[in-house]
Write a protein that binds this ligand. Structure first.
Ligand code: SF4
Length: 221
């Protein structure tokens, strides 16, 4: 395994960095999702004006500000209708980054979109995919030279899976980001409810990001 793939975004991101919640919908329904109790309300916010509309919008942004980096999130971006066509159209003008559960057809993606200008923030969701299957997709993208990192939500019921994911990503020499759970579980509100031991454990699995995100959401390690 290569120790690193070329970053997909360095120069463009330095110029203009955009974050786009492309829609609030997802093919998973994780119990710990930030949107878990509000999907119906969130979906009412969605707009699907067609790919040509979005091409024109981003062409306008490009005409005004030049090249940039487009961070696409949601929901799950890859369930947006026509997303691959849209990526193909936007990539010459923007490098792109996706927060994704990686459930899409990765082989089909690789056939159409080359590495170099695309980055994946792939999140493992144990309630909907087996860890080995998820990591096989991650590895395939990594070996094909796509810029990719792995993340997981620190849901209290998933600590054992988190430890295994940490070991797996370490063996693959891939970065792992642990995101604090934001929500209520067994009557406790997280991340404030993480115990000191839990906080230390999570920060030991992701020394780079977890302490900062815990502090940001009000739970010091
Ligand atoms: S994959 Fe992400 S957006 Fe979809 S339900 Fe799970 S946490 Fe929510």
């Amino acid at each position: 395994m290569p120790s690193t793939n070329p970053p997909a975004h360095s120069e463009s991101a330095r110029r203009c960095y955009y974050t786009w919640d492309i829609h609030y919908d997802c093919n998973y329904r994780c119990s710990y999702c930030y949107f878990h109790d509000t999907w119906d309300a969130q979906q009412k916010l969605n707009r699907y004006p067609g790919i040509e509309h979005w091409k024109a919008v981003w062409d306008g942004v490009f005409a005004r500000y030049g090249e940039g980096h487009l961070h696409v999130s949601g929901g799950e971006p890859f369930t947006y209708p026509g997303i691959i066509d849209l990526i193909e159209a936007l990539l010459p003008k923007f490098t792109m980054e996706f927060d994704t559960n990686l459930s899409f057809d990765a082989a089909g993606f690789m056939r159409r979109i080359p590495p170099g200008r695309v980055k994946f923030c792939a999140t493992y969701h144990p309630e909907f995919v087996e860890r080995g299957a998820f990591l096989r997709k991650v590895r395939a993208l990594w070996l094909a030279r796509y810029d990719i990192g792995v993340s997981c939500v620190a849901f209290p019921e998933h600590y054992e899976e988190l430890r295994k994911l940490h070991a797996d990503t370490k063996a693959l020499r891939l970065p792992l980001t642990i995101m604090p759970f934001r929500g209520t579980h067994q009557g406790k509100t997280y991340p404030a409810a993480y115990t000191e031991d839990e906080s230390r454990m999570l920060c030991s699995l992701d020394a780079q990001n977890a302490p900062r995100s815990m502090a940001f959401y009000g739970k010091k390690s």
